[in-house]
Ligand binder design. Structure first.
Ligand SMILES: [Zn+2]
Ligand SMILES: [Zn+2]
Length: 170
């Protein structure tokens, strides 16, 4: 075994001063301490803070694109999994935690707090927490849409029957 592997890098590496606040640190290519890095670099900048999810008004199911619809309770792990799939840019970071932030049930908004981590300058891992808001978009799934179309067609037929005073039964 190479004897160098016993060296503690914290001891052997020369320290430099953070170029922003002057704190002694182990050198990194930015020569900035972690708090200063965190204030300069937003590791979540590629993740949109707002998204949406389609919700069927007929059968109360949530849409998983393109055409899958599932039932999920508010604040359930299932709903969290569905929502996280809709957050773009999450694959480029490490998701540490995700949890619901309470919202008024009638607000048609669902808020999820995310904590993510990302390595910057190869050795420094930054962590960031933020909230993504999902707008619940009322819509109809394919099944309910067909049902609604049939109801509409029936209503048109009944209207015609009434206006022509016909006793025709369909
Ligand atoms: Zn600093
Ligand atoms: Zn439906």
């Amino acid at each position: 075994m190479n004897s160098q592997s016993y060296y503690n890098p914290n001891v052997t590496l020369p320290t430099v001063l953070c170029c922003v606040c002057g704190l002694p640190i182990n050198p990194n290519s930015a020569n900035m301490c972690v708090p200063c890095l965190r204030s300069k670099i937003d590791i979540s900048e590629e993740i949109p803070r707002q998204s949406y999810i389609n919700f069927c008004r007929g059968c109360q199911r949530y849409n998983i694109p393109p055409s899958h619809w599932v039932t999920a309770e508010l604040e359930s792990p299932q709903l969290l999994a569905i929502l996280l799939k809709r957050v773009k840019g999450l694959s480029k970071v490490r998701l540490v935690d995700a949890s619901f932030v309470w919202t008024e049930p009638h607000s048609k908004r669902i808020k999820v707090k995310l904590i993510i981590e990302k390595a910057v300058f190869s050795s420094t891992v930054l962590q960031h927490s933020f909230v993504v808001e999902f707008v619940v978009m009322p819509s109809f799934c394919e099944d309910c849409h067909q049902g609604a179309a049939k109801d509409h067609w029936n209503a048109v037929v009944q209207l015609r029957q009434k206006s022509s005073r016909s006793h025709y039964k369909h």
